[in-house]
Design a protein around this ligand. Structure first.
Ligand SMILES: Nc1ncnc2c1ncn2[C@@H]1O[C@H](COP(=O)(O)OP(=O)(O)O)[C@@H](O)[C@H]1O
Ligand SMILES: C[C@@](O)(CCOP(=O)(O)O)CC(=O)O
Ligand SMILES: [Mg+2]
Length: 439
């Protein structure tokens, strides 16, 4: 069992092919990005040991509950036969939590607080000391890059560590790809709990976002249908792709976009089902292309992949999940003949990706960036396929290190509350500081 203070982190993702169709059991392909969420868990001073506090400055939420005021009595008993949580939310607990959330009205804050409380009550117990859970993301929020899943994975990881459901990552061998059975079992459990967090955040998730945020890398994912288990194929030799990631900065909520597609499907099943089947077919084509050995990734291969990006976007437009700003991004990239562009994630705003042609001169890419930034869009640089969930624990063996950590924690608290994305990345970021370990 791990006690506070400690940090956990999980990445966001880019869906390359298959969003929305993924909700209906069709395959989708996604890769982790280097933008991440961070969660710091700290213990309260004795006089506040009866309260649990959330600090979510990214959504302007700070809220405390008396631990004993929470509805512990309706928490479903866990089955002794299985360690995995069920994939459905418990209705009685969801209803009881309404009471605890009466004062949290904004949907962005409410869904995040609900995800926290649901997991906290299921995984912890009323005897645990009062703690603060502070979350910051270097990801744009509500922009299609899976911030909800990265936060869900952080919450699940922190609460599973506190309750002893999982242990901290064991060191793997020198080779990053070394398999460690204990780490695998732990991250599977974190993934399963994070799925419930995603359910609180947007109702009907496919599970692809929490799978990528937990496991990292690049995956082909297919949601369980008719009792079959989810398929998650990790794509190890993912080819290096030149992608631009552009945030339209048009806010939207995944829950709303997913619900709109459900309504379309309900109203026009004969029209909508073939669109979803088309997305399935193109994702399967893309999967075959992306699995090809690197030496076969020639110009024709690249052209095929770009075509599939274009068709995927067209089908998403048909589902009604584009936005004039996303179309403006696509048109700017088309005009400069940079490559092919599609929205990524739930759409309705948020991000687009452009798969850049290999031979495009840097000056044209720069021109596109300037044009887009001139329109108020934000162009992100990120790498694909990095680490999944990890944690950073203070080492108690060495008193100096511990002191350093205390000091760091102090500045960290400040940073998690106030700093911008670069500050967070510099202070605690995976890749910026040593000590992070990954499941
Ligand atoms: N840093 C964060 N702090 C608190 N809540 C967050 C944070 N990032 C995401 N969330 C939660 O996730 C929601 C956004 O999820 P969603 O609509 O699925 O968009 P996306 O996952 O594409 O960013 C927010 O409304 C909020 O509830
Ligand atoms: C639209 C969808 O396919 C992806 C949503 O991703 P995001 O929350 O927009 O990052 C929904 C899902 O697969 O859960
Ligand atoms: Mg999301």
């Amino acid at each position: 069992m791990v006690s506070a203070p400690f940090l956990v982190s999980a990445p966001g993702k880019v869906i390359l092919f298959g969003e929305h169709a993924a909700v209906y059991g069709k395959p989708a392909i996604a890769a982790a990005v280097s933008l991440r969420s961070y969660l710091l868990t700290t213990k309260h001073a004795p006089e506040f040991s009866d309260v649990v506090t959330l600090e979510f400055p990214d959504v302007e939420l700070q809220y405390s509950w008396k631990i004993l005021s929470l509805p512990w009595n309706v928490v479903p008993k866990r089955s002794m036969d299985t360690v995995r949580p069920p994939s459905e939310l418990n209705t009685a607990l969801m209803e009881a939590l309404e009471q605890s959330l009466v004062a949290v009205l904004h949907p962005l804050q409410r869904s995040a607080a609900l995800a926290f409380l649901y997991l906290y009550l299921c995984l912890c117990n009323p005897d645990m000391p009062g703690m603060t859970f502070s979350v910051r993301s270097t990801l744009p929020i509500g922009a299609g890059l899976g911030s909800s899943a990265s936060v869900s994975v952080c919450l699940a990881a922190a609460l599973c560590l506190l309750s002893g459901e999982v242990s901290p990552p064991e060191t793997k061998g020198d080779d990053d790809s070394d398999f460690n059975a204990a780490n695998y079992a732990n991250i599977e459990l974190i993934d399963a709990w994070a799925f419930l967090g995603e359910r609180c955040l947007h109702g009907n998730p496919s599970g692809i976002d929490n799978a990528v945020a937990s496991h990292g890398g690049a995956v082909m994912f297919q949601r369980m249908t008719k009792g079959n288990p989810n398929v998650r194929e990790s794509m190890r030799n993912f080819p290096p792709l030149k992608l631009l990631l552009i945030d339209s900065r048009q806010p939207r909520r995944t829950a709303v976009q997913v619900a709109n597609v459900a309504t379309l499907l309900q109203n026009y099943p004969l029209v909508t089902e073939p669109i979803l089947n088309g997305i399935q077919a193109l994702t399967s084509e893309a999967y075959k292309l992306l699995l090809m050995p690197n030496e076969k990734c020639d110009d024709l291969w690249e052209e095929r992949l770009r075509e599939l990006v274009r068709v995927n976007h067209g089908l998403l437009v048909a589902l009604g999940v584009s936005h004039p700003k996303l179309e403006a991004i696509r048109m700017a990239a088309d005009e400069l003949e940079i490559g092919e562009t599609k929205l990524t994630g739930a759409g309705g705003g948020g991000c687009a990706i452009t798969l850049v042609k290999r031979d495009v001169e840097e000056s044209r890419i720069l021109e596109l960036k300037e044009r887009l930034e001139g329109h108020g869009f934000e162009v992100f640089e990120t790498s694909l396929g990095g680490f999944g969930a990890g944690c950073l624990l203070p080492t108690k063996s060495d008193a100096t290190e511990w002191e350093e950590w205390e000091e760091k924690l102090f500045s960290l608290h400040h940073m998690l509350g106030l700093g911008d994305r670069e500050d967070i990345q510099k202070t605690v970021g995976v890749g910026s500081i040593d000590g992070w370990a990954f499941w």
